[in-house]
Design a protein around this ligand. Sequence first.
Ligand code: NHR
Ligand code: GAR
Length: 196
Amino acid sequence: MKNIVILISGGGSNMAAIVNAAKREGWADKWGARVAAVISNKADAKGLTWAKEQGIHTEVLDHKQFASREAFDTALTQCIDRFGIPDQPVLVLLAGFMRILTPGFVSHYDGHLVNIHPSLLPAFSGLNTHQRAIDAGCKFAGATVHQVTAELDHGPILAQAVVPVLASDTADTLAARVLTQEHLIYPQAVAQLLQR
Ligand code: NHR
Ligand code: GAR
């Protein structure tokens, strides 16, 4: 069994897309893969309610309870690894997870840590991507699934999707258009990783 742990901070729609794809496409039967847990750094993340309703194990690890990034990441590693299987690396998926992770955390999951970022990387790494794309006059925007490395939003690209930027767009309308594509490419990219 390959266990997947999903980290969220908010709505969790990408998490739901992955859980639904796993169910619909039979990832457990095909590749022995299952979403073992969803962990949020925010107690009020809406995605937690949905995950619980699906019978998925959920945990909250509030970063504000920790004195340093390192202390939080060490606790997060311990929490994630409880859902691992001996001799089988756990696949950790960031899905709207809003905390920058330390190099120690990244190297612990080296090659098994993936993020979806709401821009066409390498353009617009970091936060507030949709407003920045509009302000730059971009005609296209999109999302990128990438391996996570110590350098923020710079790991190898696994998948991208492109959407048009319309003259009438606000950050919210563009974000919604990008999000529909995220829900397609993130599960696809994860399925490709599981097949390897
Ligand atoms: N960590 C590493 N080492 N590398 C990456 O590529 C990472 C990462 C952690 C998260 C997601 C990312 C994104 O897709 C991600 C990629 C949060 C911030 C941020 O500045 C930036 C990028 C991403 C996630 N977070 C603030 C912080 O101080 C907090 C912001 C908040 O809480 O709202 O950690 O965009
Ligand atoms: C998604 O658009 C994701 O790409 C983005 O936040 C949204 C989360 O939505 N991630 C980041 O901005 C990471 N810094 P979701 O919680 O509904 O999946």
